[in-house]
Write a protein that binds this ligand. Structure first.
Ligand SMILES: [Zn+2]
Length: 317
């Protein structure tokens, strides 16, 4: 952290790392934008009905009686029996939300993140194992959605920006944005949303960009460089909605990884890349870093125009 020369948005994902992000932001207030939230990969540890037992909770997610075939599949039953003792006691959603509120309120600049939807993730037997062995279980989509929506409600209420993970959930993500916009109107437009390491098709992104003024697209080399799709996304995206990120867990690599994506954006868009920093520059002379910086400022500021064209106004609390 001492040698870090950029500001990072440090994401939380699970119960154990919320206090770590909190500590990091307290220790390095000028270098860390703390982000609190529960990632879809760990939502199985959250119980929507807090009075259920550990076994009932995990059984309802992984061996649901509504899907008889899966429930009676001997391979699933034995995987479940092996997995259950390795799982922690579930934590109630109410508790999660009150802790999230406390953390967000403690840091006025804090964002909600990383939250989202993931249809590809399979629950591992031991997440921390060197070679992660996967169970046959995914986290039911309705469960992920309920937890995401509850967190988004809080972000809207507190006026906080959001980093959203969306994997193999293109349609559901689009439907959720539509639902939130209808439900929250101006309050929705005052927050910004980042589709982080965005894997949407260029067509889907264009549709989202047209409908919502508050959604930004960010790309990372770690995730997006696996597919040539990211270059098409960079080419398609409005120059005012593009962001870059590292999506990397090791802080030593954050700057370098982000810079790699800056270079890709410069190359695809044909924008010049700064080799020195000049304070006063005409917008026509802006390079890639300056353009991306401006997008980040707009993302941070929020209060976007709604689809009907009105601008959300600052509300007194
Ligand atoms: Zn992610």
């Amino acid at each position: 952290m001492a040698s870090l020369q950029i500001t990072i948005c440090a994401m939380s994902t699970m119960p154990e790392d919320q206090p770590l992000v909190c500590d990091l932001a307290r220790a390095h207030p000028t270098k860390v934008v703390p982000c609190f939230g529960y990632h879809p990969w760990f939502t199985y540890r959250i119980s929507i009905h807090p009075s259920t037992s550990k076994d009932d909770h995990y059984r309802s997610l992984f061996l649901p009686t509504s899907s008889q075939d899966q429930c009676q599949d001997p391979a699933h039953i034995s995987a479940y029996q092996r997995l259950l003792p390795l799982l922690p006691d579930p934590i109630g959603l109410d508790y999660i939300l009150s802790e999230l509120r406390r953390n967000l309120e403690a840091f006025p600049e804090a964002m909600l993140g990383e939250v989202g939807l993931d249809r590809a993730f399979r629950v591992p037997f031991d997440y921390y194992a060197e070679r992660r062995e996967l169970t046959p279980f995914t986290v039911p989509f309705d469960h992920q959605l309920a937890i995401l929506e509850a967190q988004l409600e809080l972000a809207v209420e507190l006026g906080r920006n959001v980093s959203i993970h969306s994997v193999k959930s293109q349609l559901a993500t689009a439907e959720l944005l539509a639902k939130m916009q209808i439900k929250h109107q101006e309050n929705w437009s005052r927050i910004s949303l980042d589709l982080h390491s965005c894997g949407l098709s260029p067509e889907s992104w264009r549709d989202i960009e047209r409908k919502y003024k508050n959604v930004f697209l960010s790309l990372s080399t770690v995730i997006n460089s696996r597919s040539p799709n990211h270059r098409a996304l960079i080419a398609t995206c409005s120059p005012t909605r593009l962001l870059v990120e590292s999506d990397f867990h090791n802080v030593d690599k954050c700057t370098e990884r982000t810079w790699d994506m800056v270079k890709t954006v410069a190359e695809v868009r044909g924008w010049p890349l700064e080799s020195e920093w000049i304070d006063d520059l005409d917008e026509d002379d802006w390079g890639t870093v300056r353009k991306l910086e401006e997008n980040w400022f707009r993302f941070k500021k929020g209060y976007h125009a709604t689809s009907s064209g009105t601008v959300a106004t600052r509300q007194s609390k």
